[in-house]
Design a binder for this molecule. Sequence first.
Ligand SMILES: [Zn+2]
Length: 256
Amino acid sequence: MDIKKILIAIICNLSVVAAVQAGPAMTVSFVKTDTATLVSKETKANIIETVNNVVSFFNEIFYLEQPIELLVGADEGPLYNGDGQIQLPYSFIQEIEDRFNAAQYQDSGVSVAEAVADSLMHTLIHEFAHAVIHSNSIPVLGREEDAADSLASVLLIDFFEGGQEIVISAADLFDLESADRGVISEEDYWDEHSLDSQRYYAAMCHVYGSDPEGYADIPEQLELSIERAELCIEEYSALSRSWQQLLQPILKAEFK
Ligand SMILES: [Zn+2]
């Protein structure tokens, strides 16, 4: 084979690799179902914009041989169905919006629409974590639900400007859910998820651990002991490093 042919062969191979790597990590479809009427026009526009942003983000940094399908307007969820599809119902988004509205969340300085978008981003990354753990046989030590929450923290904080603020809105939603739940039952203890209040503290711990100087007021605000606050720093660094390693096979070359 002469040099020209070898070069052409290399270029062809490269373009095949490039074409494969350019494939989407996620595809999205918006289904018009009865539940779509549950949300207002403004909320729907907010959902579409947020979903498209998150999907673009996944497609920007990840490569999957088999793209994950996101179904917005599903009857059930949010969930990963174990077979390549993430399902997100409009009723869930309406529930989030109602909760932030009831708590007059705008008084915190973050509008309800923004808090809904933030929580939705967290939810989509959480479900994406379940999907890639299953499709790529990523090892999970401990509860998968906690691992999925930690991936949401890590991707939001490490890749989004002001990502900590997004995580804080999502954490506040766990706090509001915990307050609404009232008495904790046996069911809450055997559930696959940690308690909502534990999910709240864990997410806030990730925020503090990722930037202890910028979020120096969190330990006092949450009444964390000095020892626990210091562990948050180690914990976040270990989570960020671990996910970075585990995601190597699906990260695009420029993000490895
Ligand atoms: Zn989950």
